[in-house]
Write a protein that binds this ligand. Structure first.
Ligand code: NAD
Ligand code: WQD
Length: 343
């Protein structure tokens, strides 16, 4: 069976994708420098799948070490590139670190791929590239205009997309699939892998589950005066396992040689927007656990409402994010309980 190199494969989305790839019979080599994940994730993956992925503790910016990986595994037929720094606020504080890590790792990877004649890459992009779409572009499809990034992190995704287009233009052998994720949430149903936020979570779901677990006194809902039905912001929350499965579809499509364009772009979302208050309500209903919350002022830089038109991914990849949101919220809670040893 073919081998896929997964950079950032011990991270949140990467680990779930490694599970889906291995369950479909792929061999997997993970490259991760563990800057935002733990080596223990490999135990979780192995327990779910029944075999262990290959793992190299390497920084993707390190050309020599990356080259050694391609030498060691000549059966690599494609790469999924998750490795990146992803905290929006931190990127504002440390822009150079973000540009160095997120741009350098992709550039190094593409250089090594070219050298070793590996021509398929799936890249983790983000709905952040669309900013706040105007009302004519909601739900957002892939033709919606890219808007000036609101953070250095968002800018790295835009520049990375440009780098991929330029390299594909220069090298007609290269095929790339750019996946623009909306808001990934939840954890594997086994509760053996999930999201491991660093310190106080910035993202909604980890904050909700930590509040439910009693680690945080209350959730702060950032604003109830937006132009939305209940006044809180709207996002397209996509189950991380559904998201992981889209990567397998993208890999299959590239290996089958069916892409119609050298660089294909897909929005990965459910097609349904949910407000912050709806998420809290659904979580309480689905788990029976209370989440104290308080409405506070808006968070700087927040988008009012955005959700995906996933038609292209549905039709072209033959993929749909269809796990009911309450099941997703229960999976997030089960993972939090696993982390905190709550019965
Ligand atoms: P994550 O932090 O859990 O995973 C990223 C992994 O990459 C981590 O394990 C980290 O240790 C590793 N890494 C970072 N820099 C590295 C480097 N230079 N060399 C080797 N490993 C490195 O994040 P995630 O949520 O799983 O995100 C995966 C990808 O998806 C990222 O590119 C992220 O920007 C993108 N994305 C995430 C979201 C989200 O909300 N989680 C949304 C859109 C896009
Ligand atoms: C969701 C909603 C908050 C926390 C970020 C990045 C984006 C992408 C996904 C990578 C918003 C509200 C949150 C809290 C709250 N990442 N909220 N109280 O901002 O949509 O996107 O992660 O590409 O680039 O910007 O996700 O989970 O932070 O927030 O009320 O304590 O929850 O205001 O409306 P966001 P989020």
């Amino acid at each position: 069976m073919a081998r896929i190199l997964v950079t950032g494969g011990t991270g949140y989305i990467g680990s779930h994708t490694v599970v889906e790839l291995m369950q479909q019979g792929y061999d997997v080599t993970i490259v991760d420098n563990l800057s935002n994940s733990s080596v223990d994730v490999l135990d979780g993956i192995s327990a779910i799948v029944g075999r262990r992925p290959e793992f190299a503790n390497i920084d993707c910016n390190d050309y020599v070490s990356m080259e050694a990986v391609f030498k060691q595994y000549p059966d690599i037929v494609g790469v999924i590139h998750f490795a990146a720094s992803k905290a929006v606020g931190e990127s504002v504080e440390k822009p150079l670190m973000y540009y160095r890590n997120n741009l350098g790792s992709l550039i190094t990877l593409l250089e090594v791929m070219r050298r070793y004649h590996v021509y398929n890459i799936v890249f983790s992009s983000s709905c952040t590239v669309y900013g706040q779409p105007d009302k004519d572009h909601l739900p957002v499809d892939e033709t919606a205009p890219i808007q000036k990034a609101l953070s250095p992190y968002g800018n790295t995704k835009q520049i990375n997309e440009d780098i991929i287009y330029d390299e594909a233009h220069a090298d007609s052998s290269l095929h790339a699939t750019i996946l623009r994720y909306f808001n990934p949430i939840g954890a594997h149903p086994s509760a053996l892998i999930g999201e491991l936020p660093n310190g106080v979570p910035n993202n909604l779901l980890p904050f909700v589950t930590q509040t439910a677990a009693g680690l945080r006194a209350e959730l702060k809902v950032f604003g109830d005066d937006y132009n939305t039905p209940d006044g809180s912001c709207i996002r397209d929350y996509i189950y991380v396992v559904d998201l992981a499965k889209a990567h397998v579809k993208a890999v299959e499509r590239m290996l089958a040689g069916t892409p119609t364009e050298q660089v294909e772009v897909f929005n990965l979302g459910t097609g349904r927007g949910l407000s912050v208050l709806e998420i809290v309500r659904d979580f309480v209903e689905a788990t029976g656990v209370n989440v104290p919350y308080q409405i506070v002022g808006r968070r700087e830089g927040d988008i009012e409402k955005v959700w995906a038109n996933p038609k292209k991914a549905n039709e072209v990849l033959g993929w749909k994010a269809d796990t009911p949101v309450k099941d997703v919220l229960v999976s997030a809670w089960n993972w939090e309980k696993h982390l905190r040893n709550i019965q």
